[in-house]
Design a protein around this ligand. Sequence first.
Ligand code: EPZ
Length: 424
Amino acid sequence: MDKLLIIGGTRLAGEIEISGAKNAALPILCASLLTREPLTLTRVPALNDVRTMLKLLQRMGVKVEIAPGTGGDTVTLCAAGLDNPLAPYELVKTMRASILVLGPLTARCGEARVSLPGGCAIGARPVDQHIKGLQQMGAEVNVEHGYVHARTTRLRGARLFTDMVTVTGTENLMLAACLADGETIIENAAREPEVVDLAQCLVSMGAQISGAGTDVIRVRGVDSLHGAEHRIMPDRIETGTYLCAAAVTGGEVRLRGTSAGYLDVVVDKLLDAGCDITSEKSPSFEAICIKAPRKLKSVSLRTAPYPAFPTDMQAQFMALNTVADGTAFIRETIFENRFMHAVELQRLGADITIDGNTAVVRGRERLLGADVMATDLRASASLVVAALAAEGETCVDRIYHLDRGYEKLDQKLGALGAQVKRTR
Ligand code: EPZ
């Protein structure tokens, strides 16, 4: 099992390229199921979760061609031969986002059999809203033997209202609605930029979608979609993670191929912590630069759906607050168990008290390196951020979690001067 050995205390400096967004690429790969024609995607990040999704799609009969590239992979998918609308447990259990095939398979094939994703480290993460929406669109959906089995002659447009804001729930229902008979309105829709990127890809394939990025998305169903080309948006959570890494090391870093546009509230928190942040934007280029002070100020936050503070940045900011000046209050409102990084940060000397869904973080003068263990994707990112600030060596175990969502993390940190080594 791979580990990361990190010797902290080095000030990060230099520049790196941000990869395509994992949470945009995953639903957009599933859009290929909606057409018999080729869908070509560029800036696809080379991540384990992407590889798992491609394996799942190939299992269903989708042809996949990958052209690796320095600025991300070019992936061409063709679902003309789609003949097996099944997402088996052995694959779904390794990646919850597999549930995103449910909507497009039901719409395209009239049937789908998708293993329930089950819970994960950060929470129960049910998919009841995905199922309820498909039922409202006329699908007969049963949950038996650990599988969601959906059947329909043709989905019909409906007015849907999700009980809570759900990112993949919104995406699944938007994917399904593209081929439904009539208009579907999704109210209380997720507004995340990745939802907008998916909608833009679907529109380029001939879908009729309006309102993506707002809480009311309208989809007028069509009989079929055609092929298209789409470039995946930059990963705003990867961007925020490197901004935190630069911040805790008093560094000065430039992140190419990304912008502050999707991260306003995260940038605001870094400004409050005492960092200088500037954006560069031209028709062909964008970048975000950060210059951090020697000592950060504590910043409190409360996670909520976009455009509020993203839950996927909560763990990284907890790490940042462990070495800031002052006391921060971190409130997690999206997932019921997303503080597991706290006990590992305490092993580095962090002063954190958990009270229900609030963490109180009292900044320390310094952290000391130790052996720690990753438990989920963003928790492992938080341990890396803290290790970069800690004195001495930290060994982060179980970094397969990191490899799910961060492309070439050790190489990118190394390019910024960090002392990081991957070992077995
Ligand atoms: C997406 O997960 C992201 N994953 C997550 O990123 C992210 O943390 C999350 O949205 C919130 O922003 C992908 O996009 C692949 P939700 P998702 O449905 O869609 C409850 C990462 O680190 N809920 O928006 O699964 C749910 O339990 C990952 O990259 C229901 O109760 O999250 C949660 O409390 C982690 N029933 C809340 O809603 C449902 O049917 C929001 O979950 C659906 C959701």
